[in-house]
Design a protein around this ligand. Sequence first.
Ligand code: ADP
Ligand code: MG
Length: 695
Amino acid sequence: RIGCSEINKNGGAVMTSLYKTPVSRLNGIGEKRAALFARLGIKSVGDLINFYPRTYEDWSNIKHINELEYGETACIKAVVATSVNDTRISGGRIISKTAVYDDTGSIQLVFFNNKYISSMLRQGGEYFFYGKTSSDSYGMQMLSPTFAPAIKGTQIRPIYRQIAGLPSKSVESAVRQALSMLPSKINDPLPDAVRERFDLCPLRQALFDIHFPKNCQQLETARKRLVTEELVVLNLGMRNLRDHSRGVTSLKITKDYSEEFESLLPFTMTNAQKRAVSDCINDIINKSSPMNRLVQGDVGSGKTAVAASVCYTVAKNGFQTAFMAPTEILARQHYKTFQRLFENTDVKVGLLTGALKESKKKQIRKSLADGSIDMVIGTHALITDKTEFKNLALAVTDEQHRFGVAQRAKLLGKGNNPHLLVMSATPIPRTLGLIIFGDLDISIIDELPPSRKPVKTVLRTSAMRGGVYDFIRSEVKHGRQAYIVCPLVEEGELDDVASAEEYAADLMLREFPDIAVGIVHGQMKPDEKDEVMRKFAENEYSVLVATTVIEVGVDVPNATVIVIENAERFGLSQLHQLRGRVGRGSSQSYCILISDKGSRTTRERLEVMCSTNNGFVIADEDLKMRGPGDFFGHRQHGLPQMSIADFADTKSLELSQKIADYIMNRYGDIRNDEIRLLKAEIDRLFDRGGQNALN
Ligand code: ADP
Ligand code: MG
């Protein structure tokens, strides 16, 4: 076992050495347990200390039995009145009941399927019981309460995220041990000056109190300190990533080709598109620092054309541009669009994605390095070390929220301080935007191309699916197309692939024997995906059964129906993105959400979709309602995973911004030795989830 003295010798490195101490060094944690901890992301004793409770049970606020209300979760202190009575019911299950009392009354406790209750609760013994009340014809009950002998004293109990084989209680006792390994004095990543100025408690105190607070006050103090620190660390890390924007650009782009570009388009740009283009051109031609601009516009507002215009001007001035898309499907679609747009010009367009043959990739990379390709569209393949440019002057990221911030930084690193254009349909709250982009300029496309009709959205249950299929048939008869998004939890899981394929097979056989149905999912080879998407785009398939691989960017204007199965599994912003696949042409389009989940909150969430087509309103509701895969889900903003901070917590975001400003003013550089522990925390945060871009 590791002794405290060993750690003490090197006060400054305390947490660092605990991150190197495997959890298996703790009592009672063998290899098997250690593997379970690893599944929670906990490998070291330090990780364990940073594994904060998911929630707390307030055992400090004891209620009298006669004060209890139906349906509330509360803690009582009561004496067991009768011996526990076990009843066997069907399936060999057991229901255990007993009555308990305090000075004010009595209540029945009911436990399900725990044959040990009778040996754990002693008649006449006094315990704390914590649980939810309900009622049956005999009066009030408490269902499956947790309990502890009353002698232990009142407290707030931590509840940890648990998995099979590793209940919260086991995590708790491991955390107790881990905390006992902290020496009496530990060095704090936040310098004293910062802590005192912003009223933040010392790290050691915060670590103890976040796990085992004696009261709510202590818990709040600890939480404030840890949340603030984490956001400060994020803030500083992000600043470090985007330092590029401060320099002066040496790129000589002088002539505006946006008018010439418009003559290549098959349509007239909306005024909002024109404004966004001229914002960009002005940045590039007239400003001394590189462009750092976000073009934000709802799905279908025509962001691609804006980006293409800026790319064209840069290319005609003799420089290269790189356009990065988050998925293979989208990259290929953009490539085709650009190829078509520029086929009668002298601009050379290339495609670089991971799926290309090695020889093909090599050839493209060579052309990028020697400058024979002007514009390259691609996926993450663009940012691998092997890709080099002759004179990259503009980096574009499409669907920015799908990229890690580190990836954007890497793309920028391919040029000498190039201009940056990011495009997103997801509105980002201002405070969070400041962290992600810093002083980013924003152009908003607040106008849809003319002759678009708002998508009609309805909510249906699976019992009504027959009608839904009839509707698809009639749309197809009129020459239009439909997407069906399959009941998938997450793309890339094998079971789900089976279910998507089964679903499609079933559809073809039973429902649409005379209709061409295609299927596309994440496990298919890129060439196969490409082929299916091409056929769908050319209306060789009338119906496309798809997973969320079509979520972003896919553009087939002739598709007028999207059916989303198990709609409750998606976040609102994600549903909005999916819905954006239709309503891209001039025909009336429809979005049909199928869900059997009857809970009120689920209904309310889905009804938001039916009541508005406005992405901003939906993002707002998403914030309030926080469903699955919501805006603050990792993949919606590309920030590293937080262990305690919450991106919806505007107040803490603002405070952290202030503190980060203060630290930069006072210490000048995050490499300053006085804040080396803070730098270590930055490296740790950005290391998580493979986002190591700081080095
Ligand atoms: P998003 O903003 O979601 O990326 P796209 O750039 O994919 O939108 O554009 C959606 C569709 O609208 C495409 O088919 C595109 O060709 C078309 N489009 C874009 N701008 C206009 C316009 N000004 N007039 C008519 N159609 C347009
Ligand atoms: Mg797009």
